[in-house]
Design a protein around this ligand. Structure first.
Ligand code: NAP
Length: 328
């Protein structure tokens, strides 16, 4: 059981690494070179000499380094390949559409081409997104909902998702899409709205910040827990047949709901601290986004383990804890 993960330093990559190590896998991760060696989400594993360097190994490559990725795949010989890397911010994709498409669309195709050439291609999981549906005309959405993206990110994910289907159907490869709705955790990047909210609640409570500025407070999403989602990704690759699955909770909440849960958890009234600025509104914000996880429930036996309320409280608690570390 040898897994190769792109995006191992990200939110999902770090949870998936922990899950696979707990199941006895040897885990290899692809990391891109940056000016900092700090990989905060993996630090616990890094510091464990029984794991890092033996059951967990990292290899340098950017998603655009096709030759290097080919070399890593040849060396590692993974039995499972989890492709999680990419420019993962929808709003930002309107500002950097070229690199978003280069990494997320073409980057995925290049990896599939490398795998197709192998005598024994590994099972392949692509982290797709509900953004492929754009503003859907049906709610909830499932695996058969029409693909109709309305952001550069969604368009790049739609290309990659369709390519996974084509490679599965045309070349008989065990390639799968996990069509993920939003999933969050204390490890979520600080430029995502859930984390902005949990961090602001913690900081305002500690007297380190006065207010928080957001965009559309009525925007609704289907938010789940990242650790649950990577468990589903693993389950997808354990099936006897390759297929695509919608991963979602089937429940939607507004940003206002998130504010209420997070701020009241630390005894604050969010109305006294939150401002709205139009510059945070998306050029095209999709409505009616709600996933139908029935197939994942039925085939994978997968159910979300915690509610959004508990998830947000966990995020706020974790942010409060890390602020105490900063203050002391
Ligand atoms: N979280 C969600 O709600 C959600 C929903 C739908 C789909 N997805 C998809 O699921 C995947 C994982 O999401 P996430 O939340 O874990 O994202 P994330 O925290 O932003 O992690 C993205 C990962 O991709 C890596 N990466 C970015 N550009 C790269 C490049 N050019 N070469 C190599 N690696 C690169 C990042 O490396 P650095 O650490 O160096 O930046 C990081 O490890 C993404 O593809 C995302 O689009 C996520």
């Amino acid at each position: 059981m040898i897994a190769l993960i792109t995006g191992i330093t990200g939110q999902d990559g770090s949870y998936l690494t922990e899950l696979l190590l707990s199941k006895g896998y040897t885990v290899h991760g692809i990391v891109r070179r940056s000016s900092s060696l700090e990989r905060i989400r993996l630090s616990r594993l890094y510091e464990d000499p029984r794991i890092y360097g033996s059951r967990l190994q990292l290899h340098y490559a950017d998603l655009t380094d096709t030759t290097t990725i080919r070399r890593i795949v040849a060396k590692v010989q993974p039995t499972e390949f989890y492709h999680l890397a990419g420019q993962s911010h929808v709003g930002l994709s309107f500002e950097i559409p070229e690199s978003t498409c280069e990494l997320t669309a073409m980057g995925t195709l290049r990896i599939m081409e490398i795998l197709r050439d192998l005598p024994q291609p590994p099972r392949f999981l692509h982290a797709s997104s509900r953004e492929i549906f754009g503003t859907p005309t049906v709610s909830p959405q499932d695996e058969s909902t029409a693909v109709n993206p309305n952001s550069p990110y969604g368009c790049a994910k739609a290309f990659a998702t369709q390519m996974v289907r084509i490679y599965r159907d045309s070349h008989g490869l065990f390639f799968c899409n996990a069509i993920c709705y939003n999933h969050e955790s204390p490890r979520r990047g600080e430029n995502f709205v859930t984390r902005k909210i949990s961090l602001a609640a913690a900081r305002i409570c500690a007297g380190l910040q006065r207010s928080l500025t957001l965009g559309d407070l009525a925007a609704r999403r289907d938010w789940g827990y990242a650790a649950d989602f990577v468990d589903a990704m693993w389950r997808i690759l354990q099936q006897s047949r390759a297929d695509d699955y919608v991963l979602a909770t089937g429940r939607s909440h507004s940003i206002q709901d998130l504010l209420q849960i997070a701020f009241s958890h630390v005894g604050l009234d969010w109305r006294e601290h939150v401002n709205v600025d139009e510059k945070f509104l998306r050029p095209a914000d999709p409505r009616g986004l709600l996933g139908n996880p029935a197939k994942a429930r039925q085939v994978l036996g997968w159910y979300p383990s915690i509610s959004l309320e508990d998830l947000l409280r966990m995020m706020v608690d974790e942010d409060c804890r890390s602020l105490q570390g900063v203050k002391s």
